[in-house]
Ligand binder design. Structure first.
Ligand code: GUN
Ligand code: ZN
Length: 439
């Protein structure tokens, strides 16, 4: 069944190095979708010439259609950790985060949290994410199943942690291998799902467990790796003590064969020049998490330095360390971080980053990240009229980049009018379309 949407559309075409990030704006476009995929995006005049029945198009009115947002670093089971007061990373983990994750030992509770987590993504216009689960095999399985039911493109994996955390959360090198293997066999490459080998960070994995992670990566094609890197100064000092033979923090992962071009490293605030150079050599991906870095007092991500070093950059929310599931709110804090450092981060760079940029970082640009023919039909409809101030400021916008900057500076879930996943409207502000996805 074909479906036609007509109105204002913005996306980035996949032209590496293109000026303005390949941004393409159609004032009057027609998006043709069939089942799960985008057939074509074209100007309405051309669509009419090709015989598209314009009267059958769903009109967007004043709204703007953009690709679904992508979050490259978020923790599914930290839903109840968001907004936990007064601690920095290591204390925050022990005081709030580990106890919250321990509650996922109860499968019924984990199921409820996983459903709510995916709902939060959709309400905020996020259609794909790279996600940390918990150390529990069943909680990881539950998250995969919930994403499969919504037909979302999701990457996740069981968190590996065999030391320096409460005993109830610890696995062993042996169990982390067998549990991960079973999950990989069940979910990796099924529907729109992918597996990420997920050592939490160097502090909570023994060398034996990091070797297991490498074995898993070697034994399977196209597995992702996700972990944390150089988020907090006390963390960096502790890694130095735990791995005295390593040259630096990244070297702990590198020696264990985990520095691949599918490895996504959260935070990367306190990197030495050698680490930056090695990330460039290996094609590793950085996931910048500005709301978390400010909230936990971890530091300022140096976007300009990493961009100049030609690293692959992406952006994530990192909830529960982060304070919002909204990629718009996340861009706003990233913009402020660059302002504090006297550098630049343009509106279109922001738009590119949470759509095609994050898709490229995850090597999924052929499926998600823009509105190109053949892509999966994941998109979001933004409504400027959802808020009086935003509406007023958008009316004064001098071009589409300026309009986008208004959403990025003032917007959040309030402006998300519809979220479509694989050709289906899973969320609409005017009510639930799919059971369990009500606002
Ligand atoms: N480092 C190790 N685990 C975590 C986590 O859950 N959140 C954040 N922000 N950093 C971490
Ligand atoms: Zn994190």
């Amino acid at each position: 069944m074909r479906h036609y949407l007509r109105g204002r559309m913005l996306h980035c075409r996949d032209l590496p190095g293109a000026p303005r990030f390949g941004a393409e704006y159609l004032e009057d476009g027609v998006l043709i979708i069939e089942d799960e995929h985008i057939v074509e995006l074209l100007p309405a005049s051309e669509a009419q010439q090709q015989g598209v029945p314009l009267e059958k198009c769903q009109s967007l009115g004043k709204r703007l259609l953009v690709p679904g947002f992508i979050d490259t670093h978020v923790h599914a089971y930290q839903l109840d950790v968001i907004a936990s007061y007064g601690e920095q990373l290591l204390q925050w983990l022990h005081r709030y985060t580990f106890p919250a994750e321990m509650r996922m030992a109860d499968p019924a509770f984990a199921e409820e949290v996983a459903a709510q987590f995916l709902q939060q993504l959709l309400v905020n216009g996020t259609t794909s994410a790279l996600v940390f689960a918990t150390t529990h095999k069943h909680a990881t399985d539950i998250l995969f199943k919930a994403a499969a039911e919504l037909n979302m493109c999701l990457i996740t994996g069981k968190t590996l942690m065999d030391r320096n955390a409460p005993p109830a959360l610890l696995d062993t090198p042996e169990s982390s291998y067998s549990d991960s293997l079973a999950l990989i066999e069940k979910w990796h490459g099924k529907k729109r799902l992918h597996y990420a080998v997920t050592p939490r960070f160097a502090i909570t994995s023994s060398p034996a467990q990091l070797r297991v992670a490498h074995t898993l990566v070697r034994q399977h094609r196209n597995l992702y790796v996700q972990t944390h890197l150089a988020e907090n100064r006390d963390e960096v000092a502790m890694v130095r003590k735990l791995f005295p033979d390593s040259r630096n923090y990244l070297d702990v992962y590198d020696r264990h064969g985990l520095c691949t071009d599918r490895a996504v490293f959260g935070h990367c605030l306190h990197l030495e020049d050698d680490e930056v150079a090695r990330l460039r050599e290996t094609g590793g991906v950085l996931a910048c998490c500005p709301t978390s870095n400010l909230f936990l007092g971890s530091g300022l991500f140096d976007w300009q330095r990493m961009r100049a070093a030609q690293l692959t950059l992406s952006v994530g929310t990192d909830v529960g360390g982060g304070t919002s599931y909204s990629m718009l709110s996340t861009l706003r804090e990233l913009y402020k971080m660059t302002q504090l450092q006297g550098t630049t981060f343009s509106p279109l760079e922001g738009f590119y980053t949470i759509t095609l940029g994050n898709a490229r970082a995850l090597k999924l640009q052929h499926r998600i990240g823009n509105l190109a023919a053949g892509s999966d039909a994941d998109f979001v409809i933004i409504d400027p009229e959802a808020d009086a101030l935003i509406n007023r400021r958008v009316k004064a916008a001098h071009d589409i980049a300026d309009e986008w900057f208004v959403y990025m500076t003032l917007g959040d879930d309030r402006v998300i009018s519809e979220t479509w996943v694989a050709g289906k409207p899973l969320y609409k502000t005017d009510g639930a379309v799919v059971k369990g996805v009500a606002a």
